[in-house]
Design a binder for this molecule. Structure first.
Ligand code: ZN
Length: 184
């Protein structure tokens, strides 16, 4: 089981770093979970469903929202976790200078050209977010916004299929559950 060669000290360093950076943030659902639960779930999804054991990928999963949602900079990640991890995190970071619609549209357009690792990360991230819309659904989001999110996640994943079958299958399963849940 443990011959998968994940660099545990580096992974725990990333967990500690991200937990600290997200310390004042909460997920949007009714349970008000600490934000760090989300990146942990994404990394866990990559390991347990995707069977992906690449340390840089898992570290990037743990760090994937730090630049977008905290004061963390690309340089900081580069210095602490190296060039490859920083590049990966940047690949899944939206440009906050753009409006929400433009950012979401850009993700649809650029996802097919992302690196293999960034594609894996994008799929796992969407699986966790779609699952959250079912099991920990944000109370402040209107039904319309939730349905828009589902359509958008489907559009992004449609452009990167053929990356990891198990992750794509579980994405489809959660989309189906969400559509049933929201009766659409
Ligand atoms: Zn995320």
């Amino acid at each position: 089981m443990l011959d998968k060669a994940i660099d545990m000290p580096e992974l725990f360093k990333a967990l500690e770093f991200a937990a600290f950076k997200h310390k004042n943030q909460r997920r949007k659902g009714p349970e008000n979970l600490p934000y760090i639960n989300h990146p942990i779930q994404v990394a866990s999804m990559l390991i347990s469903v995707g069977e992906e054991y690449n340390t840089n990928l898992l570290i990037a999963a743990i760090l994937h929202d730090t630049i977008e949602d905290t004061d963390t900079t690309e340089e900081e990640i580069q210095q602490i976790f190296g060039e490859k991890v920083a590049e990966l995190v940047m690949e899944v970071t939206d440009d906050k200078n753009l409006f929400w619609e433009a950012r979401k549209q850009l993700q649809i357009e650029t996802a097919p050209f992302a690196s293999y690792e960034a594609k894996l990360l994008k799929i796992a991230d969407k699986v966790c977010n779609v699952r959250d819309l079912v099991i920990n659904s944000p109370e402040k989001w209107t039904l319309e916004r939730k349905l828009e999110y589902l359509d958008w996640a489907c559009d992004v994943v449609a452009g990167i299929r053929g990356t990891n079958e198990a992750l794509e299958n579980i994405f489809d399963e959660w989309i189906a559950k969400a559509r049933k849940f929201y009766n659409t």
